[in-house]
Structures are given as C-alpha cells and as structure tokens.
Write a protein that binds this ligand. Sequence first.
Ligand code: AMP
Ligand code: TRP
Length: 329
Amino acid sequence: MNNHPTIFSGIKATGKMHVGNYLGAIKNWVTLQNSGQYQTIYSVVDLHSLTIGIPKKELSENIMDMAMDLLAAGVDPEKSIFFIQSHVKEHAELTWILNCILPVAELEKMTQYKDKAKQHKDNINMGLFDYPALMAADILVYRATAVPVGEDQEQHVELARKAARKFNNRWGQYFEEPATIRTKTPRLMALNDPSKKMSKDLGPKSYIAMNDSPEEIKDKISKAVTDTGGGKHGNGGKNLLDLFEMFVDDEQITTKFREDYKNGELQYAKFKPMLANVIISALKPIQERRRELEKNPDYVLEVLRAGASRARAIAAETMKEVKEKVGLI
Ligand code: AMP
Ligand code: TRP
C-alpha cells in the first residue's frame, strides 16, 4: 500500500450502468484514480446485489457485465485495486463486528431500506436490512477516508461514520471517519419523469445506458420531459442542461444555453439534437473499449483475481488489528 489517503467505492451488479451512475460517481472514480493523489480501491459489490432476489444466472452475468463496464469507463487495474466484493471474505467478517455495535434503530432510519422494503414486500430479508452495515465494512476494512458516490448514498456513508465512532469509543481509536466526495451532478433525474432520480428501477426510458445505440440515445433525448407547469421551469430542462454540461467542456457554450434557459428562450428543437450528439460521441470510445473487453473475458477474470489478492492483503491486516482491539483471540 502506498502512503496516499485511501478512497473506496462500489457499485452493485444489478443491471446496466447508466449515465446517472457514470456522471454521479464512476467518472469521478476515474478522475480520482488518475490524479495520483490517492490509493483508489473500487469494487463490484455482488453481496449487496444478493439482497434482492436476483436469479442465479442473471447475477453471474451482471457481475461480469459491470466489471467490463467499469474497465471500459476508465477504471485502470494498474492504478486502482479493482475486484469483486465476495472474493474478499473480510468484508463479511467486519460486517459482523459492526453488527454488534450498530443500533437497530439506526438501520431502521435508512430511506433506501424503507424504499426497497416497500418495493420487495415479499422479500424483506435480513440482508436488505443489514445492507448499510456491509457497506460500512466495505469502506472501513480498507480504512478508507473518502467515498465518491451520488447523493443517494450520503445517509449510508453517514452510518459508516457512526460505525467508526462507535468502534473507536468502545475499543479505542482505530478508524478514521470517511467523507463523501460528490460530483457536479450528484443526482441526475429520470428523463421521462424529472421529479424522480434516474434509476434502473424506473425502466430503460428513464435512463441512457452506457451501451445505448445512437438511435436509442436520440430517441430518448427527443422524448425527454422538459419543463412542465404551464411554461414554468421545472426540473426537466435543468436536468438536460446538467447532462450537457457534464459531457461538454466548453464554458462559453454552456453559459449561453444556461442564459437562454433562464430567460425561457432555450429552443429544445435545436438543443436536444445537440445534446444527443454530445452524449453519443462521449460514449463512443467507452463502447468501443467495452466491445474489445467482451472478446477477452479471461483477461477480465485475471484482472479481478489479481485485484482481489491485493485487496485481501489490506483487508486481512485490518481484521487482524480489529480482532486484537475487540479481544478476540
Ligand atoms: P448503484 O447502481 O445504486 O449501485 O449506484 C452506483 C453509484 O451511482 C452510486 O454512487 C450512486 O450514488 C450513483 N448514482 C445512482 N443513480 C444516480 C443518479 N441518478 N444521479 C447521480 N448518481 C447516481
Ligand atoms: N450502496 C451503494 C449504492 O447503492 C453501493 C455500495 C456498496 C458502496 N458498498 C459501498 C458505495 C461502499 C460506496 C462505498 O450505490
């Protein structure tokens, strides 16, 4: 391990990566990785995916799929430790220790749990409830101090801070409290319903997937809801501007569009095709890399295996120290 501060983040293996994930988190993972300022550790958190009743074959496919999407998006195994969560058993081991200090009442407050429990009424399992403890363990097992995630994960990272505090109070100072790192678009809204967060749960019309074809992108952007409420500005137009700004590095042009928007003069008939083209060209190199990776699944598996072994070395050291602190002999 080098001497830089450690960053950890993860993404579930549930369906396709979309531009909300990319702009809210993954693009930032890559920037942080390439800055050379941090030890970056990134994971496909497959144990978290198990908390909803995902069929066996779909789960296995999703794990590889997400690993390839991340490599295509720029996660570089030479610069980051990149691995599959379930390959490092220490995540589950630390979760148990944290389970024994985290109050049930804290976990009952989690909005993601409450939402998912409503969504999956017939499968409110213990794992779904304990999801944030496993997430805290993911972060703390590497003694990470920063976590790049979208806004929806703030409450979970706060719980990880609480877990660190409780551990330190009970067994002596050991964990530093992790902070979140946000992007400019920590909460991208759904294209078909800008009152809701862009999400896999809302179906493909709500998001642009990283592997959508140019035709699909054009179609989704042209149908994207803009401003509702009798000409008053709602969130839809602003959301499209945010998307544009995140993909285009030209301040002059984005400022012009923002001003037009503010004055109610933004011409969507012109702006939308431009936005679609901007997204199409930004995703093109990522899609090409992805196609190359698909030809070589053995390379991907090898990368993941090597990543797990590096991750395990750090996690095992933490668990050894944690056990000593706790009094396990
Ligand atoms: P998930 O797919 O739920 O595992 O999320 C992976 C990452 O993407 C997390 O850091 C989320 O906070 C982030 N994310 C998910 N949806 C959005 C969104 N609509 N806007 C911004 N970030 C998001
Ligand atoms: N809960 C996160 C999400 O839904 C995924 C995740 C699991 C995570 N463990 C993590 C993110 C640790 C950051 C750090 O997006």
